[in-house]
Design a protein around this ligand. Sequence first.
Ligand code: AMP
Length: 283
Amino acid sequence: MVRTLEDLRALTRSWRRCGEVIGVVPTMGALHEGHLSLARAARAECDRVIVTIFVNPRQFNSPEDLANYPRTELEDARKLAPIGVDAIYVPDGAQIYPEGFASTVSVTGLTDVLCGAHRPGHFDGVATVVAKLFTQTSAERAYFGRKDWQQLQVVRRMARDLDLDVDVIGCPTVREDNGLALSSRNQLLSEAGHETAPLLGQVMRDMAQALREGGTMAEIAPQARQRLLDGGFKEIEYLDLREASSLEAREQARGDTRLFAAAWLDGVRLIDNLAVSGEGAPV
Ligand code: AMP
């Protein structure tokens, strides 16, 4: 467990001097199999692996959400132990945003839609903290989940635009057997919410099938929304078909397309996405 930038740098300098490749897995903790799959991918491909745990205040939209976000540091360390990561970097706020911190990394365009449209400032918070974690860890490879597809695209664009010498690697979404995408926020669902939550994935898979058979969003989306509302979801923020890398809206499954959803259940905001069409489209 490394808590300060100074201690982290002491480690990474010695690793780099030996020519070792450092991989980073940025997380906000409350680790589950999704996070662990990223740590395992990094372990398999890098000489040194750093998992970072930082609940980044700048990417939250409400103080309640930030306060309620699960924090399970000891449990997280226990889960990482069998994977054998080299460091768990757990900075406090001052290591990331020291007194007088005045810089923001902002990626335009990609952040105008989906979660960006519903969570003002969220992706500025993400891009800023990820840029810092890349430079603080001096990683050459960084592992992100496709569960947060828009975030993955934003981080890739940021790394490319700022010439950060980091390979951004997207890893498959890990799901429960019932299809529910794992998320730290799932812990905040009630028992009834847990039973309802997999409906989101089911509805999205059915939509994907209908789109592959030639259906249009105008035909398919209204019924899908209604199914979610009837099933107990409270509000559907978006249920969109988009081109996979530009995130431009699409009406039909042509080229690389993905379905994206965000919906509220039990006061918890759930998001998911899946590939609809495209050559070798990642799941
Ligand atoms: P978070 O702690 O939610 O900020 O997530 C940290 C990283 O884990 C991000 O790259 C997420 O995309 C990834 N992640 C979260 N849930 C999953 C999942 N179910 N499958 C794969 N990766 C995930």
